[in-house]
Design a protein around this ligand. Sequence first.
Ligand code: PDD
Length: 290
Amino acid sequence: MPRIAYVNGRYVPHAAAVVHIEDRGLQFADSAYEVIAVMNGHFADEAGHLDRLERSLGELKIALPMPRRALRLVMREFVQRNRLKNASLYMQVTRGAAPRDFKFPANVKPALVMTIRPASFGKLVARKAVTVPDIRWKRRDIKTTALVAQVLAKQAAIEKGAYEALMVDDGGFITEGSSTNAWIVDKSNNLVTRPTQNNMILKGVTRNAMQALCKKEKIKIVERPFTVQEAYQAAEVFTTAAVSLVTPIVEIDGRKIGDGKVGAVTSKILSSYLAYAADPEQKQENWSAR
Ligand code: PDD
């Protein structure tokens, strides 16, 4: 089946989809993005992702390329044209194309592109991780395409036979994964995850959904920074993100986590999220992109 991409108002064959050579996304990473799971024909956490896109663009002072209602229609048309029920949708908005100059260009329209690929959900695949220094800028709350630090982190993981890189701040605390939020289950069976204050990590939409679900499941969440040592000694470690959903981390830096198998809390969290995502209503409590 031919893959279709969306480029500034046009649906084009994926292989023929191109952007301008002076697109500011290309030259400055002057752009924001979202990855959204399409699960059984429904967008998982759509409101959360669109709220965050609007917020990222607001922080970058880039205008939304079209009103949200129109964007939602385009997303639906796009999925339909690709005839996919389970997929990963990538959406990117850049400040637009203009001769290279750092200052904002005048009278330039933001550029919107979307790509999509098939995905499957619901399997817990045990993974290894390594820790790497977090070398990113200080506005990690904005989902910009300036991801080269994460590219290097992920590659370092791959080269050590691992799947994810857990990034570590100067104090020895894990900030987040290269493209995921990080969680540990402590000795008292509480879930621990880093707070999103001070813009030092991305406020994950999946992370947020998990928080609401844990409340329902009566799993206690403690929001506090945790160290690499704590992660080594945790009962369970997992990461969350759109599409990959919940990923059990059973080894970090060559050290086995817990008994080295997928843990009970991790399994419960994934089941709970799958049930939630299967409900097209997806009522989230207290969601805020801030
Ligand atoms: N990454 N932290 C970082 C640094 C991320 O890049 C992501 C998502 C997350 C999880 O956020 P969410 O639950 O909203 O997907 C946390 C996406 C999936 C990516 O870049 O492919």
